[in-house]
Design a protein around this ligand. Structure first.
Ligand code: BES
Ligand code: MN
Ligand code: ZN
Length: 498
């Protein structure tokens, strides 16, 4: 799909389909009135006759319009004007694109971007529109023998903005396109079955990214991990036939000496729980346990597409958590790369084990900051559901910036405590500490475990267990938190380069 920005009066903007928002039980908006004029009052007549009420989620296609400017007009309900905020805008764009798919229009002019949203800029509306449009068009049929044939002819969407010569608009468009491509990569990797998407497969995908976007790639193999003393990461991979991989992809957009921003993704390509075996229901969804890793690769793609003037390193800690005769036992004690020893009381708390050694390893890059992204705990799903990801940080300024990026990208997080009081729960009688802290505050104690490996840098942790994928009929990866991470990095670039 091609996206562009259009300005100017509607009668000069030819299009296969103009998409116009209509508020519930109110007058036509200024942009709708301009379109109405260009098509000789067709819109006002439809509304006057009561043929379109403007309810949220509703659309009406008018496929014969006078005036020869637009071959079609698609009316989209915006709901009551007084309640028109981010959610209503997002839903209107989604409904519009779903309806557009089913028309014969080759191109469309989306005028919804002109509708003011309280507290949000036009740039915001543009980035969101692109991301939502791509989301509405996303299909995963790589594993179907007979992919459904879509008759969709839509090739390009122009976003209408009123102000001319707007550099912000173009930058917002570029960020939307980059974010959407990053999300699509993250979704594809997440949706692939665990017999295809193995640690080796993730390393191959990183190699393709490195080649396509001139990034540097380093992949540590099992023997490298042994040499470096990564006892925790190795303990997780022991029960699997799939060798673990520690993947580092580097984008150099700033001078070599500039400290890099580091992201680390949990890449468990399947989490059976190991010897602490999970129960059967919904275990298939543990193929999504590499969604943190997928979001890191997706964000690296977005960074490269935007050519951000930053140094960014994306690290993926990939392994498969399986039970077998060689698998780690509950009670085993391992030495992490940091030298700290861990009593593995539950082999199902494996995410923190693969992450902690990656965190120690990344010290060698002398990072400006580190953000890890992990489908870490079921407890986080209980705490925050499927709306917000959990945010933990050892640095208040970083926490604020991450939360702000989440708000701006509408990919939201909520701060959780990392207080020392919780560290008590990780006490072990036999090793320096244990890898679990019992049922209370399970998401917090997981983060507290990681904090013990983040002493040398500013660090934030995102628990995306509730937000990385959807279950049920709409089962599939969401691509979150690629929008947050992309916005976080883009904001850094704006702050340092105006
Ligand atoms: N990958 C899971 C977390 C998870 C579970 C995410 C369900 C989404 C849905 C993680 O490796 C895990 O198994 N965590 C355990 C930790 C426990 C053993 C301390 C959990 O949350 O039950
Ligand atoms: Mn687990
Ligand atoms: Zn897991």
């Amino acid at each position: 799909m091609e996206f562009s920005i259009k300005t100017g009066s509607p009668e000069k903007l030819k299009s296969g389909c103009a998409v116009v928002g209509v508020f519930q039980s109110s007058e036509l908006s200024t942009s709708a009135l301009a379109i109405d004029k260009a098509i000789r009052g067709a819109l006002s007549e439809i509304v006057k006759r009561g043929d379109f009420e403007g309810k949220p989620g509703t659309t009406l296609l008018v496929s014969r319009v006078d005036g020869r400017v637009f071959e079609r007009v698609l009316l989209v309900g915006l709901g009551p004007e007084s309640e028109f905020r981010e959610k209503a805008y997002r839903e209107a764009v989604r409904s519009a694109v779903v309806a557009l798919r089913q028309t014969g229009a080759r191109d469309a002019l989306l005028c919804l971007t002109e509708t003011p949203i309280p507290g949000r800029s036009t740039a915001w509306a543009i980035t969101q529109a692109v991301v939502i449009a791509m989301e509405a068009l996303y299909r995963f049929d790589a594993m179907k023998s007979q992919p459904e044939r879509t008759r969709m002819v839509l090739r390009s969407i122009a976003l209408k903005v009123s102000a001319r010569g707007n550099a912000d608009a173009e930058a917002a468009l570029a960020q939307g396109v980059a974010t959407a491509h990053g999300m699509n990569l993250a979704k594809d990797l997440g949706n692939l079955p665990p017999n295809v998407c193995t640690p080796t497969y993730l390393a191959e995908q990183a190699e393709l990214l490195a080649r396509d976007h001139r990034m540097k790639l380093e992949v540590l193999e099992q023997k490298d991990m042994q040499r470096l003393g990564m006892g925790a990461l190795l303990a997780v991979a022991r029960g699997s036939r799939q060798p673990p991989k520690l993947i580092a992809l580097s984008w150099q957009g700033a001078p070599r000496k500039t400290p890099p921003l580091v992201m680390i993704g949990k890449g468990i390509t399947f989490d059976t729980g190991g010897i602490s075996l999970k129960s059967a229901p919904e275990m298939d969804e543990m193929k999504f346990d590499m969604c943190g890793a997928a979001s890191v690769l997706g964000t690296m793609k977005a960074v490269a597409l935007m050519k951000l003037p930053l140094n960014v390193i994306g690290i993926v800690s990939a392994a498969e958590n399986m039970p077998d005769g060689n698998a780690t036992r509950p009670g085993d004690i391992v030495t992490t790369m940091s030298g700290q020893t861990v009593e593995i009381l539950n082999t199902d708390a494996e995410g923190r084990l693969v992450l902690c050694d990656a965190m120690t390893w990344c010290e060698r890059f002398e990072p400006a900051l580190v953000i890890d992204i992990a489908t870490l705990t079921g407890a986080c799903v209980i705490a925050l559901g499927h709306v917000a990801s959990g945010l933990y940080a050892n640095n208040d300024a970083l926490a604020r910036d991450v939360q702000q990026a989440g708000d701006a990208a509408w990919d939201r997080v909520w701060p959780m405590p990392l207080w020392d009081d919780y560290q008590e729960q990780l006490k072990s009688n036999f090793a320096d500490f244990a890898n679990i802290g019992g049922r209370p505050a399970g998401s917090v104690t997981a983060a507290c475990y990681l904090a013990r490996f983040a002493k040398k840098f500013a660090w934030a942790h995102l628990d995306i267990a509730g937000t990385a994928w959807k279950s049920g009929r709409e089962k599939g990866a969401t691509g979150r938190p690629v929008p947050l991470l992309t916005e976080f990095l883009a904001a850094r670039a704006r702050a340092t380069h105006g």
